[in-house]
Write a new protein. Structure first.
Length: 298
């Protein structure tokens, strides 16, 4: 039968190729696999991951128009692609610089996912961090102390950290309140949070040019929306004029949040796991029950 003959020819080709493969070929394949993994892992922490998904969409579109023989679109695409490489280099210039700097670091392997599981667990944004940040925002709102807190998610904020001063402290409400207190060296600018730690303070953020934002919003709110447009970070803003608490995420601004709504939105956006969220709800339920019993006793 024909399919049997085809299978035999295929197996014959495989045996021929297997006889030509040596140890160096296997080593070369492993190197290529590692480089592909490293590049993809690095891209997931930068804005270039979004661009990669956009390029995949464009490639699918080009395959479709090529199959449908839309010659005019194919001709335009062939001429535009000659400038595409240069355009990509210009657009990705900050990310390429960051990648080269990462290669020069001694600990670049842990930064792409080879660190231990214990370190990863320690760096996870926890329920305690939610409570401490919410408490700090509420307390600062009461006395109208302006604050700008940027919480890193999957995309790196190291480009913005370069503009600030290193803090590297465990998140506590007291630390955040002290940082944003008036007339202190670190109060001006944004604080960046990674995992359960405040990493940098006094960081400069890009301002949003969204014309749809209310004219009553100041630089702090526009900076919060701006960084949420450029990255997938979660930004919390406390207004110095009104004391109101806002959240900026994916270019959208949610204003006038109370403590419980603020906590709930942080849990949703940070994709906190069900087990940890359940523990947090259990603790909150226990506190509410204890409070009710105390009021009954009184």
């Amino acid at each position: 039968m024909q399919w049997v003959e085809t299978a035999n020819e295929y197996l014959k080709d495989v045996r021929t190729y297997a006889n030509t493969v040596d140890l160096f070929d296997v080593f070369e394949i492993l190197i290529i696999a590692f480089l592909v993994y490293y590049i993809l892992a690095w891209m997931k922490t930068t804005r270039s991951w979004r661009m990669l998904k956009g390029l995949i969409v464009i490639c699918v579109f080009l395959v479709v128009v090529n199959v449908m023989k839309m010659d005019n679109i194919v001709w335009i695409t062939q001429n535009v692609l000659t400038f595409a490489v240069t355009a990509i280099i210009v657009v990705l210039q900050p990310e390429l610089r960051q990648a080269l700097e990462l290669l020069g670091e001694k600990n670049f392997l842990p930064s792409i996912g080879f660190s231990g599981s214990s370190n990863k667990k320690a760096d996870v944004f926890s329920e305690r961090s939610v409570n401490e940040i919410a408490k700090a925002c509420v307390e600062m709102g009461k006395v109208k102390t302006g604050a700008l807190i940027v919480i890193e998610r999957t995309e790196s904020l190291k480009d913005y950290e370069r503009t600030g001063i290193e803090v590297d402290g465990i998140i506590t409400s007291q630390l955040l309140i002290n940082i944003f207190e008036h007339n202190t060296p670190l109060h001006d600018g944004a604080v960046i949070v990674r995992g359960n730690r405040v990493t940098y303070a006094t960081c400069y953020l890009p301002l949003s040019d969204n014309l749809g934002l209310s004219k009553e919003l100041g630089t702090r709110h526009r900076a919060g929306v701006g960084v949420s447009e450029a990255t997938d970070s979660l930004t919390l803003i406390v207004s110095e004029e009104t004391g109101g608490i806002s959240i900026a995420y994916e270019g959208e601004l949610m204003r006038h949040l109370d403590a419980e709504t603020l906590k709930e939105r942080m849990r949703q956006i940070m994709n906190m796991n069900g087990e940890e969220d359940a523990k947090g709800k259990h603790r909150r339920k226990g506190k509410g029950k204890a409070k009710g019993e105390k009021e009954t006793a009184e």
